[in-house]
Write a protein that binds this ligand. Sequence first.
Ligand SMILES: [Zn+2]
Ligand SMILES: [Zn+2]
Length: 514
Amino acid sequence: MHWADVVAKEVADTCDHPLIATGISPTGIIHVGSLREAITGESVRSAVEGLGKEVRLIYLIDSFDPLRKRYDFLPEKFEEYVGMPISRIPCPCGKHRNYAHHFVQPFLDAVDSLGVKCEIIWTHELYEEGKFAECIDKTFKKRDQIIQILHEVTGKEAKDDYAPYNPVCEKCGRFTKPIFDTYEFPFVEYDCNCGHHGKADIRKGDGKLTWRLEWPAKWMIFGTSAEPFGKDHAAAGGSYDSGKRLVSEIYGGKAPHPIPYEFVQLKGVGQMHKSLGCSVTGLDAINMTPPEVLNYLFLRVNPSRAIDYDSGMGTLDMADEYDRMERLFFGGEWTDSEENSVRAYEIAQHNHVPSKLPLQVPYRHLVNVVQMASDFDGVMDILSRTEDMSEASSEDIDRLKRRVSCVRYWLNGFAPDQVKFSIQQSIPADVELTMNEKVFFQALVTRMNDCPWDAETINTIISEIAKESPIGSKGAYKALYKILIGKTAGPRIGSFLASMDKKFVINRFIQASQ
Ligand SMILES: [Zn+2]
Ligand SMILES: [Zn+2]
């Protein structure tokens, strides 16, 4: 049974109104791992839905977290905002409502394109609306018990001055510590480092719970049934362990079904984003991997297993594997060892499985075609030389467009040089051909003038002529790539030539033979 089905069954059996929670802390750059969380949450949601239960998926944005430091990618001016809630810090580009929006909006757009059906919830709004007030009140009243629980769970020394709630100073806007014995619902006083003495109202956005207390408080507010989270939170003594006890002993609730997931490791990284201190962001991953393939990538293995996200050739392998599973799914036959991957393909459709096998253009071929065309119409022209595009539905065309845009993004920042080429407008000036090569091209012209223009025929003619020629087949390929793309290697020659206009190719051969 696929892992998402296992979790879904457990959730559907034990909860009347299942709610899956997932979230993100948009303090800085959003990593590929955050995609795993969103997709894991959505897959459980759609699997529960598939069992006939009404289910919600919420996406909690930690927009009331403080900016912990001025990251390298932030202008110097942001030094003054360190320690303030990110919902109250201006956006770095001037186009968004605030800092939190600036970093999370592109990601939310992307998550939407992955088909994740969630309700977006901004944590700072929950505080401003007083949703946390009941939990914060309990937190003040049972502070000694909280300190004891945290000591028992983490094994760390109990600290008498531990503050589970931090007011925001009304003067300087930074988080500060409360004076515990001044607490009387709904107010607590504080002395800020800036010299200001003030009073916070726990029913308003005047302060926030620390992470260890905020997480179980969110479970209370929403009645969360299941939640994916990074394995660091799942470690012994980690925030899930403490949250489990705090939610039942302090708040009187229940912890959600945990779905801890392993991190995503990056391989074959590109050259971009040196200033961000990371090479592939979550947004890169979304921009260069077709959404259905990205969904599949995260679903095909159990969350407890690490995933290598390979932004190099692995991107192509993954798309090929996805397409293969799609063919198996529609073919209705697969082996036991393929069972899990085929089901992963199905779940990746989020209950919108296509009614028939979609048009499949081999992804590697598309990489070549995109480099031969200047726009999408050009891609369609080239494809129609080698495939029957007349049957393509509007969904097929939409998918093709998405894939073309992913391929372009990948070629621009991540693809290894060996797959990149551009068709030269004429034979490159530095290419000098030997007499044997010229004769080879002359023979190609003669044979190809009236041959059918398909990959197989082209391959046969080239290999037959090369066999007779002193340049041999190795020399033949080299000469072909030299006059077409100015390199000594390139895409597979048969389908490459068949994808081009026949007249164009023959003219180039004529040029080369003179
Ligand atoms: Zn902005
Ligand atoms: Zn202050």
